[in-house]
Every structure is written in structure tokens, then in C-alpha cells.
Ligand binder design. Structure first.
Ligand code: ADP
Ligand code: MG
Length: 233
């Protein structure tokens, strides 16, 4: 009997790192240990803030969680399934099906409307996601901005579009890199309330890398990285 028989895949955590180490060449034969023996799990509906000084491995951790970068050793499991050995195509599919990404600088396409930006991740999938894109924009409070382009939207509105886009394929986990980094405090608070509501209502796990104390206030727990090592929570 395997672990999978005992724990159906649906009950597995959506995203898990086990004993993950990531080393980079630093040139001239040197090496940087960006992550060292990291164990990390995000549960459904849980918001986790990842904090730590510059260079402590936060971006590396988010890239490994997002299947954008392979660990040097250790395991990355998506819904209980190892991601080791996936082809690039399988990895892209897994990312699209299971993960949503939110960035500090929104990463919206400037020539597309809000609806078009939100449905973009469905471009190569069958069916028309326009209705779902509209619903999601309404859900994040942008029902009256559907056909606006990013230059016609405030920073907070742009981040709401980005959140709606991240949700279009019904991910298990949202990975956010400084989601409030370009927003004033009031707007940042509104965005965090939105993220919190989405986590609670849709059982989406959220991992947010941040310097912002506000994020830790809305998180269920905060993980601190120092020199690639998770400190006691
Ligand atoms: P943070 O996001 O917390 O600032 P990073 O994950 O970006 O930290 O970096 C962790 C460490 O790994 C740093 O020492 C950084 O210089 C190093 N590093 C990150 N990416 C690379 C890379 N592609 N090549 C070499 N070193 C890297
Ligand atoms: Mg970083």
C-alpha cells in the first residue's frame, strides 16, 4: 500500500515542498544556497505570508512552488503528485490548471481590456471564457470596468484584474509576489481583504511573498526565511 492509497489525492495538500534545497552557481566555481532543506505546505483556504530579508530565498521559494524553477534536491508535490520528471509541456499544463500568479506590477497586457486580460490564460483551451471573466471581474468589484484597458484603471483596480485573471482556471493555489508592493496602504488593505475573501470562499491556498506587515496581518501564518532556511514559525 502506498501513501496515495491511504490519502486520496483530493485530501492531499494542494502544494507541498519536502526537504527542498536550491543551489545556484555564483560564478568562479562558487555556490549560493538559496533554499536549504525547506519543508512547506499550504492548505486549501489558507493564506501564508513568506517574509525575510533581501536575498533570503523568497523569490526562489515562490519560483519553486510555481514550477518555474526546479529544486536541486527535494520534492515538490502538487495535490500529492510529485512534479519531478514532468516534461516542459506537462509542467506548463500543471501550472495553468493548478496555480494562479499575482505580481507586484500586475503584468497586464496594456492593449487588452479587463475582460480580455482575465480570459487570456484560457486562450488555448476549448470554449469561450468571456462569461466567466465577466463574473470574476464582478466578483472583485469591477463589474463597471469590464471593457477598460489598464491605463484607464487605478493601481488597485489593475491588481483586481490580475487577481481575477489568476482565478480564471480555478487554481488550487495563488502565488503572489509582493501583491501590495505598488499600492498605497488603503488600497493594499482592500486587495488583501479581497484575497482573504477568495481564500475563505473558494478554498484557494495563498502564498504571498512580502515585505509588507499588512500582509502578515491578513495571513493565517507567517513563515520567515533567513539565508534560505525557514525559521521557527
Ligand atoms: P529574495 O527574493 O528573498 O530577495 P532570492 O530568492 O532572489 O531572495 O535569492 C536568494 C539567493 O540566491 C541570493 O543570494 C541570490 O543572489 C541567489 N540567486 C537567486 N537567483 C539566482 C540565480 N538565478 N543565479 C545565481 N544566484 C541566484
Ligand atoms: Mg525576491
Amino acid at each position: 500500500m502506498t501513501a496515495t492509497d491511504l490519502h486520496p489525492v483530493e485530501l492531499a495538500p494542494p502544494l507541498q515542498l519536502s526537504d527542498v534545497t536550491k543551489r545556484y552557481d555564483s560564478g568562479a566555481g562558487g555556490e549560493v544556497v538559496a533554499l536549504s532543506h525547506v519543508d512547506f505546505t499550504v492548505a486549501r483556504g489558507e493564506v501564508v505570508a513568506v517574509v525575510g530579508p533581501s536575498g533570503s530565498g523568497k523569490s526562489t521559494m515562490l519560483n519553486v512552488l510555481g514550477l518555474l524553477d526546479d529544486p536541486t534536491s527535494g520534492r515538490v508535490e502538487l495535490r500529492g503528485q510529485s512534479t519531478t520528471g514532468l516534461t516542459e509541456v506537462q509542467r506548463t499544463d500543471a501550472r495553468r490548471e493548478s496555480l494562479g500568479f499575482v505580481f507586484q506590477d500586475f503584468h497586464l497586457l496594456p492593449t487588452l481590456t479587463a475582460v480580455e486580460n482575465v480570459r487570456l490564460p484560457t486562450a488555448f483551451l476549448p470554449g469561450d471564457a468571456t462569461g466567466r471573466a465577466r463574473d470574476l471581474l464582478e466578483r472583485v468589484g469591477l463589474g463597471d470596468r469590464l471593457d477598460h484597458t489598464p491605463d484607464e484603471l487605478s493601481g488597485g483596480q489593475k491588481q483586481r484584474v490580475a487577481i481575477a485573471r489568476a482565478l480564471i482556471n480555478e487554481p488550487d493555489v495563488l502565488l503572489a509576489d509582493e501583491p501590495t508592493g505598488n499600492l498605497d496602504r488603503e488600497t493594499g488593505t482592500a486587495i488583501l481583504e479581497e484575497i482573504r475573501r477568495i481564500a475563505d470562499e473558494s478554498a484557494v491556498g495563498v502564498v504571498a511573498v512580502t515585505h509588507d506587515d499588512l500582509v502578515t496581518e491578513y495571513a493565517d501564518r507567517t513563515v520567515e526565511l533567513v539565508d534560505g532556511v525557514i525559521q521557527r514559525e
